[in-house]
Design a protein around this ligand. Structure first.
Ligand code: PEP
Ligand code: MG
Length: 896
């Protein structure tokens, strides 16, 4: 395996190209040989040769076979063994190996070089007839199957027959004689099926095996795999010819597999399994009970010491944790394979951080090695993978939906918010299940472990709230039929009643019946903390959070947030102690009624803001003024009509005058509300009276909010808190809206500061969430000291696709058909929405240099979108608290 220099020269020193030429396995074998790790002598036939062979329709390129024979001669010199020689026969394997690992997809032939003559020599050498005939029959079998296309069943049938005849259950119990007769029978099959004798000539064996491996590149399995894995079909496979070494040559021989570090925890300790007097397959196939590698320390101390040293050397060379295969033949250690080891998220983080401390990799490399998904793993409980697998295979997976808020949750099904709260108070674990959620379900959602809905999309109410609070959620599970009347839900014929246990996986969007075991990783993991602190050194984007309540803000701070980019004030209105005042305000007929209701709301809002300011001492808090249409705060038309019908029936049957009076009062009240609801009804409320339009129509409402903000700011500022409020006006589409609102709001701010005798450092700004606003950000920037992209609405309005309905309908179809590459509500659409953002940033900063630009739509927590925000030069991304650590890493990736 000394072809590395030559290969490098051939491709001009490009390392990727070397891997392309020699394949992953061949390159690693050659690299190990180069750094002095003992690998069995061998050589690699390149992918170029394979491609030439396939292109010519099946002939070796000129000179290739001569080179192969020459290389074999060199191996003979190195090993002192000779191909086809009875005294000291050389046996080789012929292994496939493409640039990218395609496990088990292509072919391999072992024990090439055995024939009736060399078998005798091998028996003399090893003194183990049983082992040698087993090896021989393997060659006939593999050669027959892989090279000549004899179906494996033909060979397996014989094996079964012989086992039966000998009265044994497993192959390991078969005697030497049995293997000898199996070999003979295999040869007969070979002849019958191929009309040829099994080739005695080792060179013929090698030649045909090389061809077979070449051809296996275009085998059905391999083609299917490449299609699925997105690997190009023109790469070809290399063929490595490797001297056979045997781990089954007595008690001083062994074979095993190992990882240079613990693949589950990342601990810097070699772990693995081995077997003495066994072949590689025995370890992998699990036929025999393997031993823990630590036992090798005492059983084969010399070989172990060498192995340990090699493991370290490989890590040093690859700067990565390695997954290796080795064989010890009569006390001599051989490394057969090395590759980067698979690991859990936890292990990935720890290994990356440890390797920096050990001087193996740089901080940049460590940060780049960990993926945002791996960080996400630390933030939510997960299902034990084994439990999930068992549930899946056991038929307990009920349905799939949108994975809108990650993590695993287990609980009893509850269909109503009040009951969810009640049960949770009793200490029960509940999962709140609804067709969809509404703001007045929030208390139930908070009490629940997880949320499941049959309708709604990625920015549905359920999804937003769930992400905000880090509650696992699966929404839009269309196969779920919820029968609120019967208090049960069904998937096909499987019925789940209220109180039954279910498990939901918000990470992948799966719903299971029953309780699945969970495990909880943790953000306090010291390695994760270290890694994220390095990420912070590299990123230039700020990472802020969307938080409405002090406890969310506190959590976000703990996760590393540097400001609040969005506080949705209307969420405060929905709390049960404020909702009646909000409703009164909406129902008010007279200005005096309205102002009374607003006056009652003011102290609540002031308290809310004060709480946020206190937590965010010294950091910016962007407070967005009320956004949703007013009817959202009132009962639905359907509910009102039902209640009215109910009341009227009761009225007909009411006997006592007092009762009639009371019911009449109720009817009138409901009718009044219904009238107001009808007057507020809009066919398309998302495009209706919401956002800044509310503030323009009912200025008292937003003035009250600004008063509350400034009163709170003055109050906590006097306590010594460093307050930095920024007031954000939503849904601006024309500069005049902003101009008009800002005038009245800023005037109120001045009044409050004057009253309180406190100067507050504040800003007024707006959301850019409508295309027109993005296209006119130069005009808008005259009146906005900052802008924040509301990419939820900007996506909705740019595409003309409803953010609430689309994912339950055609959008999923669009993605499946490749009409859209990604869900635009998940990942910012670069060409459309991204372009609008670019225009807005450029135009805005042209008028107001250094204009603070951020994003507070859900995309602020999506790594691909974060990369775009970095490119556009935004100041920060703002995302839900549970996305903050992911955003820190993704922002560093974008910068590196
Ligand atoms: C947005 O539209 O992106 C946004 C942040 O506002 P909301 O989701 O509250 O409409
Ligand atoms: Mg919006």
């Amino acid at each position: 395996f000394n072809e590395l220099d030559q290969a490098e020269k051939h491709v001009g020193g490009d390392w990727e190209a070397v891997r392309g030429l020699l394949g992953g396995k061949g390159t690693n074998l050659a690299e190990m040989a180069r750094i002095g790790v003992p690998v069995p002598p061998g050589f690699t036939v390149t992918t170029e040769a394979c491609n030439a062979y396939l292109a010519s329709g099946g002939s070796f390129p000129e000179g290739m076979w001569e080179q192969e024979k020459e290389a074999l001669t060199a191996i003979q010199a190195e090993t002192g063994k000779t191909f086809g020689n009875r005294e000291n026969p050389l046996l080789v394997s012929c292994r496939s190996g493409a640039k990218f690992s395609m496990p088990g997809m292509m072919d391999t032939v072992l024990n090439i070089g055995l024939n009736d003559e060399t078998v005798k020599g091998m028996i003399e050498l090893t003194g183990d007839e049983r082992f040698v005939y087993d090896a021989y029959r393997r060659l006939v079998q593999m050669f027959g199957n892989v090279v000549m296309g004899v179906p494996d069943e033909a060979f397996e049938e014989i094996l079964t027959e012989v086992r039966k005849k000998q009265g044994v259950r497993t192959d390991t119990e078969l005697t030497a004689d049995a293997w000898k007769s199996v070999t003979e029978k295999f040869k007969e099959i070979f002849k019958r099926r191929t009309k040829l004798d099994f080739p005695d000539d080792p060179y013929v064996q090698l030649k045909l095996a090389t061809e077979a491996v070449f051809k296996s590149w275009n085998g059905k399995r391999a083609v299917d795999y490449r299609n699925a894995a997105g690997i190009s079909h023109d790469l070809g496979t290399a063929v490595s010819i490797v001297t056979m070494v045997f781990g089954n040559m007595g008690e001083d021989s062994a074979t095993g597999v190992a990882m240079t570090r613990n693949g589950s925890t990342g601990e810097n300790q070699i772990e693995g399994d081995y077997l003495t007097n066994a072949q590689g397959e025995d370890v992998v196939a699990g036929i025999r009970l393997t031993k823990d590698l630590t036992q090798m320390k005492t059983e084969l101390p010399k070989a172990y010491a060498e192995f340990e040293q090699i493991a370290r050397r490989l890590e040093k060379h690859y700067h990565e944790m390695q997954d290796v295969e080795f064989t010890i033949e009569k006390g001599k250690l051989w490394m057969l394979q090395t590759r980067d080891g698979k690991r859990t998220a936890q292990a990935a983080v720890r290994i990356a951080a440890d390797m920096v401390e050990e001087g193996l990799i740089t901080r940049e490399e460590a940060v780049l090695r960990v993926t945002p998904e791996q960080v996400d793993f630390f933030l939510h409980p997960q299902f034990d993978p084994e439990a999930a697998k068992m549930a899946r295979t056991g038929g307990n997976m009920l349905a799939e939906g949108l994975n809108v808020s990650p993590g695993a949750a287990v609980g009893m099904v509850v269909f109503e918010a009040d009951l969810a709260e009640e049960w949770a108070k009793e200490g029960k674990q509940v999962i709140m299940v609804r067709p969809e959620t509404k703001p007045d379900d929030v208390h139930g959602m908070l009490a629940a472990r997880g949320i499941l809905t049959s309708r709604g999309g990625r920015t549905s109410h359920a999804a937003l709230v769930a992400r905000q609070f880090g509650k696992p959620a699966v929404v839009g599970v269309s196969s779920l039929e919820i029968d609120m009347g019967r208090r049960q839900m069904a998937v096909k014929d499987k019925i789940i009643k209220e109180g039954d246990w279910i498990s939901i996986d918000g990470t992948v969007g799966e719903v299971y019946a029953g309780k699945l075991a969970t495990m909880i990783p943790d953000i306090k993991d010291p390695w994760l903390r270290k890694l994220l602190s390095w990420a912070d050194e590299f990123r230039t984007l700020g990472v802020w959070t969307n938080a409405d309540y002090p406890h969310d803000a506190r959590r976000a701070l703990e996760y590393g947030a540097e400001g609040i980019g969005l506080c949705r004030t209307e969420h405060m209105f929905f709390q049960s102690d404020r909702l009646p005042h909000v409703q009164k305000m909406i129902m008010a007929d007279l200005p005096i009624e309205r102002s009374e209701a607003l006056k009652a709301l003011l102290p609540f809002q002031r308290e809310d803001f004060a709480g946020l300011f206190q937590v965010m001492n010294g950091l910016t808090v962007i407070i967005r003024l009320i956004d949703p249409p007013l009817h959202e705060f009132l009962p639905s038309q359907v509910d009102l009509l039902r209640d009215l019908a109910d009341l009227k029936i009761r009225l007909q049957h009411a006997g006592k005058l007092k009762k009639i009076d009371e019911l009449l009062g109720k009817v009138r009240n409901k009718e009044r509300i219904l009238k107001r609801v009808e007057s507020l009804h809009e066919a398309n409320p998302m495009l209706g009276l919401r956002g800044v339009r509310l503030g323009i129509l009912i200025p008292e409402l937003t003035i009250m909010q600004v008063r509350a903000i400034f009163e709170a700011a003055c109050m906590v500022s006097k306590e010594g808190v460093d307050v930095r409020p920024e007031i954000m006006i939503p849904l601006t589409t024309h500069v005049n809206e902003l101009k008009k609102q800002r005038e009245v709001l800023e005037a109120e701010a001045m009044i409050v500061m004057e009253e309180r005798g406190v100067e507050i450092n504040y800003k007024f700004g707006t959301m850019i969430e409508l295309p027109r606003a993005a296209l006119t950000t130069d005009q808008i920037a005259e009146y906005a000291s900052f802008i924040s992209f509301g990419t939820n609405d900007l996506t909705q309005t740019t595409f003309g696709i409803s953010r609430d309905d689309a994912e339950a309908g055609f959008l999923i179809e669009y993605m499946e058909n490749g009409i859209l590459p990604d869900n635009p509500f998940d990942t910012i659409d670069r060409d459309g929405v991204g372009e609008l953002m670019k225009i807005a940033v450029e135009k805005g900063r042209a008028v107001r240099p250094g204009l603070e630009c951020g994003i507070c739509g859900e995309h602020g927590g999506d790594p691909q979108s974060i990369a775009l925000c970095h490119e556009l030069g935004l100041n920060y991304v703002s995302c839900s608290p549970f996305r903050v650590p992911i955003a820190r890493l993704a922002a560093a990736h974008a910068a590196l």
